[in-house]
Design a protein around this ligand. Structure first.
Ligand code: SF4
Ligand code: F3S
Length: 402
């Protein structure tokens, strides 16, 4: 490991893929989005649940809701004057149907989603969003569940957002993962459901990059959604689990603007993955001061010093965990006392398998080179309307970035 000075020099530079936009851009976006929201408001909702009723039921008032709106607008990197529009958007979330499927996974993202922070948390998401199909949450099972899925696909053909949780086993003709009475493989299931979807949102590192099931020796040939589905808009929201605030953010932006958020070269929304963990970490001041935890429980650990020497992968990981946090914004891994293990990065689990040892890095590492992989590769701009980066273009960007 290089000395502390070299460590700091190599990791200090800030990286992001966020392009600054001028006022005219946001004004135009606001006008366009407002028109869309007004038009959606005139259509019939797919569910009867109304936000105000849901809020009241759980004892939340309008002030609580507006606080949430304010935080969410900031998280989405929109100017403050968008807040009323974000609030209006929540009112029409029940106009966009969502189908959620679980493939090779532990359902951790569903668990996280159920605890989504918001004005009424679960209720806002589950009752306002039109969740047409979710195996874990719905009452029907077996053939009835299959029927519900077919109905949802037919009714909302070309309209629904398809959320995919879990990796896709491809070895042995996909036999490691089948679903339903017909024994349809996960590969075929995903391809079939994708065909009629408006866009696909891959949630969690398993669905995005293969995740834990794809760890060596990857006996099931686990892959991410973008390795299987072609010619459809895909948004990747990695992490283990994906942060529910980011899932909701993607839905909100889509409902509000009719577009998917601007994506980086790995199809991740820039509002969430445009910055490194390290650049927003509350322990960064200790990193800069050369104050490191050297042993679990030492005085530096008790004083909240930097965890780099204990294996923290924050300098190599792009995610908004330090600002958005988990569990209603109360904490995140580094705040809890353990370094980031890079759970949202491609190649996780194997890439960072020595979680509690400092990751050796190239002293010539240039964060700017990451721009090709993580940053501005998708063409910049806050929104890239239904931009589809194919597997080949992602691979090309990675090649360029390296
Ligand atoms: Fe960076 Fe990790 Fe140290 Fe935070 S704890 S400053 S992310 S190395
Ligand atoms: Fe994962 Fe690191 Fe965030 S471990 S949850 S990306 S802090």
């Amino acid at each position: 490991m290089e000395n502390d000075l070299a460590v700091q020099k190599s990791l200090y530079s800030k990286v992001n893929g966020i392009e600054k936009r001028d006022d005219d851009f946001y004004k135009e976006l606001y006008a366009r989005s407002e028109k869309r929201i007004d038009s959606l408001a005139k259509t019939n909702p797919f569910t009867e649940e109304e936000l105000d009723e849901v809020l009241l039921e759980d004892g939340y008032d309008r002030r609580d809701f507006m606080k949430w709106v304010s935080a969410t607008t900031a998280m989405l990197m929109l100017p403050g004057f968008f807040e009323p529009l974000v609030a209006k958007t929540v009112q029409v979330l029940n106009r966009v149907p969502v189908i959620w499927i679980n493939l090779q996974d532990c359902a951790g993202n569903s668990e996280a989603f159920l605890r989504t922070d918001g004005p009424t948390v679960d209720e806002l998401i589950l009752d306002i969003i039109t969740l047409e199909f979710h195996e874990l949450l719905m009452a029907p099972s077996g053939e009835q569940a299959e029927l519900q899925l077919e109905n949802a696909m037919t009714t909302f053909k070309d309209e629904y957002l398809l959320f995919v949780e879990g990796s896709i086993p491809t070895a042995a003709n996909g036999i490691y993962g089948t679903i339903g009475t017909s024994g349809e493989t996960y590969v075929d299931h995903l391809v079939r459901l994708s065909a009629d979807a408006k866009a696909i949102v891959a949630v969690g590192t398993c669905a995005t990059f293969g995740g834990v099931p794809a760890a060596a020796p990857n006996p099931t040939g686990a892959r991410g959604v973008m390795d299987i589905v072609q010619n459809k808009p895909i948004v990747n929201i990695p992490a283990c689990p994906a942060n529910p605030a980011n899932m909701l953010g993607v839905i909100l932006l889509y409902v509000m603007t009719g577009e998917l958020p601007d994506l980086d070269g790995l199809l991740r929304p820039k509002f969430a993955f445009g910055y490194r963990i390290h650049d927003a970490c509350e322990r960064r001041v200790h990193f800069d001061a050369g104050e490191y935890v050297e042993e679990w429980g030492d005085a530096a650990a008790q004083a909240g010093h930097c965890l780099y020497k204990m294996g923290c992968k924050g300098p190599m990981t792009f995610n908004n965990c330090p600002t958005v946090k988990y569990n209603r914004g109360t904490s995140w891994p580094v705040a809890a006392g353990h370094g980031c293990i890079g759970c949202s990065e491609p190649g996780f689990f194997d890439k960072f398998d020595r979680f509690e040892a400092p990751t050796p890095f190239n002293p010539n590492y240039n964060p700017a080179s990451d721009m090709g992989v993580y940053g501005a590769a998708a063409g910049l701009g806050l929104f890239t309307a239904f931009k589809q980066l194919t597997k080949d273009s992602v691979a090309q960007e990675e090649e360029n970035g390296n």
